[in-house]
Design a protein around this ligand. Structure first.
Ligand code: KIV
Ligand code: ZN
Length: 420
């Protein structure tokens, strides 16, 4: 399990397990398989296919994924009970590289209020179930749930007990998204440094986004020595979601020179994967979402458009092509400037008639003030009208906004279809 390259960060995708736990995100076996195939193309290292004990449908989905996927480790989740572990093993044993993932709480809040057990009982149960899982499978991951709110000394004791029992991956979850980045980094560093046997295990982290810190906490944990990250496409998952795969991967990619780390993801497949997950879960991605939102590579203000048209470096820290988009988007709005206006006319092959430049620009502004985005169709119309009326102001034509009204609803419908 532990890799010899210290600079390699392994990507564990849990879109099909934690991601699918989001309310209203149910995926059937066919949809899960389609996403798993795309995750394989994306180049993730581990696919968490589901929670097999939860339903016969999920068991079957995990089994089909394990049978078919060859480019990644396939894992599935079990609570620390034999029935769950047997269900996981039944579902994933045909994978090329199977892994059993066991979760059992470590925080006193969970031990008292959820499990009604003592710390000693939890340690004993965890160790027995890890040993049982190891009797079935060579790869066993142990997740001490709610580690972010646990007593660090007990967490260290738990981790060394589970390593001694046979776990070769230890995952530290911030289950409730409670930690601050420096706290979480410190916790992970402490566990790696203090737990006996940690040199033989791979350390992973699993962060939730309740305070919007999942990616920052994951980065802090990587800086502290974790080398596997659990994440989901579009950041979906319980409540506010999980660490977003596309964000952590592009962070490692864009800031490679500073961080000195690498992962095996083919970033050019990111947009395709994001769109597939959005389509199959029936959930649109918020427009301002980093990396995959519709506005992530769109420029609307005149100052930014002018800058980008002169040189993308002015406002883009990553190339749209690197995440699988064909180009960035210049959106024409009332805040756009002449540079963007002329650039778009040029791309449409429109040359304004002699002396019609100012009239066209004024018409553009007049229209832009009435709608969210001026479309290519609007521009064609503006250009035609401006050439016609050049030198004949006050010729009885109705105002440009009236003439373009029928185009507004076409533009609105298109916007609706694209952004939902
Ligand atoms: O949030 C969590 O703690 C989990 C575990 C199963 C890793 O999802
Ligand atoms: Zn989780």
């Amino acid at each position: 399990m532990k890799d010899t390259n210290p600079d390699r960060v392994f990507i564990f995708d849990t879109t099909l397990r934690d991601g699918e736990q989001s309310p209203g995100f149910h995926l059937d076996a066919n949809s899960k398989l389609r996403i798993a195939r795309q995750l394989e193309k994306l180049g993730v290292d581990v696919i968490e296919a589901g929670f097999p004990i939860s339903s016969p449908g999920d068991f079957e989905a995990c089994r089909r994924i394990a049978r078919e996927i060859r480019g990644a480790t396939v894992t599935a989740l079990a609570r620390a009970v034999r029935e769950d572990i047997d269900a996981v093993w039944g579902a994933i044993k045909e994978a090329q590289t199977p892994q059993i993932h066991i979760v059992l709480s470590v925080s006193d809040v969970h031990i008292d209020r959820k499990l009604g057990m003592t710390r000693e009982q939890v340690l004993k149960r965890g160790a027995e179930m890890v040993a049982y899982a190891r009797s079935l499978c060579d790869n066993v991951e142990y997740s001490p749930e709610d580690a972010g709110r646990a007593d660090p000394d007990y967490l260290v004791e738990t981790v060394e007990t589970m390593i001694a029992a046979g776990a070769n991956v230890i995952n530290i979850p911030d289950t409730t998204g409670y930690c601050l980045p420096y706290e979480f980094g410190e916790l992970v560093r402490r566990v790696i440094t203090d737990a006996r046997g940690s040199e033989g295990a791979l350390f992973s982290v699993h962060c939730h986004n309740d305070l919007g810190l999942a990616v920052a906490n994951t980065l802090a944990a990587i800086s502290a020595g974790a080398r596997r990250v659990e994440c989901t496409i579009n950041g979906i998952g319980e409540r506010a979601g999980n660490t977003s795969l596309e964000e952590i991967v592009m962070l490692l990619n864009v800031r490679q020179a500073k961080l000195g780390l690498e992962c095996g993801v083919n970033t050019k497949e990111i947009t395709r994967t994001s769109r597939l997950v959005s389509e199959l879960t029936g959930t649109p991605v918020q427009p301002n979402k980093a990396v995959v939102g519709a506005n992530a590579f769109a420029h609307a203000s005149g100052i930014h458009q002018d800058g980008v048209l002169k040189d993308r470096l002015n406002y883009e820290i990553m190339k749209p092509e690197d995440v699988g988009l064909s180009d960035s988007r210049i959106v024409l709005t009332a805040r756009s400037g002449r540079h963007a206006f002329h650039h778009r006319l040029g791309r449409l092959g429109i040359t304004l008639g002699e002396g019609s430049d100012d009239a066209a620009w004024q018409r553009f502004l007049q229209l832009a003030d009435t709608k969210k985005e001026v479309t290519d169709e609007d521009l064609r119309k503006i250009a035609a009208m401006s050439s016609e009326t050049n030198g004949h102001e006050g010729n009885g034509h109705p105002p440009v906004t009236d003439q373009l009204n029928d185009h507004n609803h076409v533009a609105d419908t298109l916007r609706h279809l694209i952004f939902g």
